[in-house]
Design a protein around this ligand. Structure first.
Ligand SMILES: NC(=O)c1ccc[n+]([C@@H]2O[C@H](COP(=O)([O-])OP(=O)(O)OC[C@H]3O[C@@H](n4cnc5c(N)ncnc54)[C@H](OP(=O)(O)O)[C@@H]3O)[C@@H](O)[C@H]2O)c1
Length: 494
């Protein structure tokens, strides 16, 4: 802790914080940072009970991650500050027991509503329940809180993707929350699939649609509450804190590059000239923490709901640059357990994608499934590639377009921070050195996603060189066979 407290540290000192989504990627980094850089009193974590895992053991599991090692050194007793609360955003009233609800309304000062289903094309009923009804229930709970200072709703910079210009304001949806709720709730599971395209309209998927609805619900229902909306773009691994290159999920570009590293994905759908809008998760969390402080100050002066677009427009990196840097780094940090030489063809054209996928994925998958059948194993490659293709197409809405984001609120917030807070909460995208970041991103995928120890690197490099030779020979054979076929076909015609 700094010798004298910074304004943000003073804001958090002795507060009780309620977090939904604390078991997820962003949530873990937020918990870690709050406990390491501020003196919060208690963090209440809303955790849903999953099969045979009670919430205490799920809560314990969060802290098994290597991402908490630094905190463990800093404060061995940090777990005393954590209080798990059983709940589920898909259930009415967040599924809270009345004793837990009372404890929250009597004690909580700061709320971070992070929980969401991030399934891009999830069932609309399911996504609506968690992302929209869950947000309504968080607002209802917050309204009863007696000592509330701020609530931050974590949205996404993509929730207004049907528009070209994205300002830091809440956009209206076609209907109000109640009308959507009535329509969605009265549908059966089978009917919902039929009416989904009509209901989501110009939104490309249920994820961005329900995140947009949650925002418009906040505009309708949060009057009088100290609420703000925080919209990060594509959140990827840590830049520096608490360790470099840490990541734990396969969403978005991380999934694409991880599958490429493993030699499984050879084709992606993206426009290499477009900005990628990637933002490291620690930069994001620093912004989130600062946003809560700013929201409570703003609420004293105005009842407007502040919106913060945390998008790296001042320090952009294109998909082409990301692609080059990942490929360069994979040469240095290959995987030991890869299936083939990593290579990735990137196209922005869906027709080209559909043709190429037959050659680079489907045919090899069919061969692999045939081998599996002959060796009495279960064939699964083709099924997996169909899933991968759906995933690549689903995320292509983000990887083939650009938007004009306004980021005034987030920039002004950064300017408001003292020098000490800027150092403690480095939320500015301008401080990101992408070369360094991409190197650690690749090392991080190797270490934390694939759990490959650094000591395996030399063997991995040897295997990588062998794969490259085999791959080169194979390419020559394919070109030779193709040329022969072409020339014999031409001879037949002439
Ligand atoms: N990752 C990105 O690139 C990105 C970009 C922009 C915005 N965001 C937003 O950031 C937030 C967090 O994303 P993330 O990347 O951290 O996702 P994540 O790793 O999938 O975490 C999602 C969290 O939400 C919780 N959750 C889901 N359904 C729930 C339910 N019914 N009740 C209670 N908790 C539930 C999950 O809990 P369980 O452990 O129980 O599943 C988990 O803790 C989301 O609101 C997302 O929209 C993410």
């Amino acid at each position: 802790m700094a010798a004298t407290e910074t304004p943000i540290q003073k804001f958090y000192k002795n507060t009780n914080v309620f977090i939904t989504g604390g078991t997820g990627f962003l949530g873990k980094i937020l918990i870690e940072k709050l406990l390491r850089s501020t003196e919060v009193n208690t963090i209440f974590l809303l955790i849903r009970c999953k099969t045979e895992n009670d919430i205490k053991s799920r809560c314990e599991k969060i802290f098994d991650s290597e991402v908490f090692n630094k905190l463990k050194q800093h404060n061995a007793n940090f777990k005393q500050k954590i209080q798990p609360v059983e709940g589920d955003c898909a259930l009415s009233g967040l599924g809270l027991k009345s004793t837990d609800r009372n404890e929250l309304i009597n004690n909580v000062n700061i709320v971070f509503h992070i929980a969401a289903t991030v399934k891009i094309e999830g069932n609309l009923k399911y996504s609506f329940n968690i992302n929209v009804n869950g947000t309504k229930d968080v607002l209802d709970l917050a309204r009863d809180m007696k000592h509330l200072k701020s609530i931050i709703h974590v949205s996404t910079a993509y929730c207004n993707c049907p528009y070209k210009v994205i300002e830091e304001k809440i956009y209206d949806c076609q209907m109000c929350y109640e009308d959507y709720k009535t329509k969605i709730e009265k549908c059966s599971e089978t009917e919902i699939a039929t009416i989904t395209p009509g209901l989501i309209g110009k939104w490309p998927n249920t994820y961005t649609f329900t995140k947009a609805l949650a925002e418009s619900l906040i505009k309708e229902h949060a009057t009088g509450l100290p609420v703000a909306i925080y919209r990060p773009s594509i959140v990827i691994s840590t830049y520096k804190e608490p360790l470099e290159g840490w990541t734990e999920n396969f969403y978005g570009p991380t999934g694409v590059y991880a599958m490429m590293m493993a030699g499984l994905l050879r084709l992606a759908l993206a426009d290499l000239t477009k900005d990628s809008y990637c933002i490291p998760v620690d930069t994001c969390v620093a912004g989130l923490i600062a946003t809560s402080w700013d929201c409570s100050i703003k609420f004293e002066k105005s009842s407007d709901i502040p919106v913060y677009n945390h998008v790296p427009v001042e320090n952009p990196i294109t998909w082409g640059e990301v692609d080059n840097l990942v490929k360069l780094n994979i040469d240095q940090y290959p995987l030991l357990n890869s299936f083939w030489t990593p290579f990735l063809i990137v196209t922005s054209n869906i027709t080209v994608f559909s043709i190429l996928k037959i050659f680079v994925h489907t045919i090899p998958a069919i061969i692999s499934d045939c081998v599996a059948v002959f060796t009495m194993n279960k064939p699964s490659a083709l099924k997996k590639y169909n899933q991968i293709h759906r995933f690549v197409i689903a995320i292509s809405n983000c990887s083939t377009r650009n938007w004009d984001y306004s980021t005034d609120n987030i920039s002004k917030l950064y300017e408001k921070l003292t020098i000490e807070d800027k150092e403690l909460f480095p939320m500015s995208v301008t401080t990101i050195h992408w070369l360094r970041f991409m190197k650690n991103y690749t090392i991080g995928m190797r270490r934390y996603l694939f759990k490959e120890n650094d000591s395996t690197l030399e063997n991995a490099k040897k295997k990588y060189r062998r794969f490259k030779i085999v791959n080169g020979v194979l390419k020559c054979v394919i070109v030779y066979v193709f040329c022969n076929l072409l020339s014999s076909a031409m001879r037949k015609f002439t």
